[in-house]
Design a protein around this ligand. Structure first.
Ligand code: 5GP
Length: 118
């Protein structure tokens, strides 16, 4: 079973403006900013504004908005970094590799022959 949403997680603080971030995009339902420990050039994150822990509890409207913004940003960062491809990644619960418990999608521009940093 999953736990309740913690309103004091680091991304909730970024969304409330209590913590700084390098913002890339914002609309009524989503927010995107650069990852602080990028696994490659242009690594950024897309979040729903509505509190949800991960893909297991998110509402459909919020999920749809996140994926629309993910597509926008994937296209934009690929172009901005002249990347050959883009990796879209998303982790759920500790066993699934999740560290911050506010739903987020990773967007990482990719280049032929260049592996992601661990
Ligand atoms: P995940 O939960 O997806 O496994 O990992 C959380 C991701 O958020 C990591 O890629 C990490 O570098 C990033 N991250 C953690 N804390 C911060 C922060 O305070 N600011 C930003 N911009 N990114 C963060």
């Amino acid at each position: 079973a999953t736990s309740a949403y913690d309103p004091n997680n680091i991304f909730a603080k970024i969304l409330r403006g209590e913590m700084p971030s390098h913002k890339l995009y914002e609309d009524a339902d989503t927010f995107a900013f650069m990852d602080i420990m990028p696994r490659g050039d242009g690594h950024c994150l897309v979040l729903p504004k509505k509190p949800s822990r991960n893909i297991l509890d998110v509402e459909h409207d919020s999920l749809a908005a996140v994926m629309r913004t993910t597509q926008k940003l994937a296209r934009a960062v690929m172009k901005a970094f002249s990347a050959g491809g883009v990796t879209v990644q998303q982790f759920n619960e500790t066993a699934g590799g999740q560290v911050v418990f506010h739903l987020h999608v990773h967007i990482i521009p990719r280049f032929e022959g260049i592996a992601l940093k661990p």
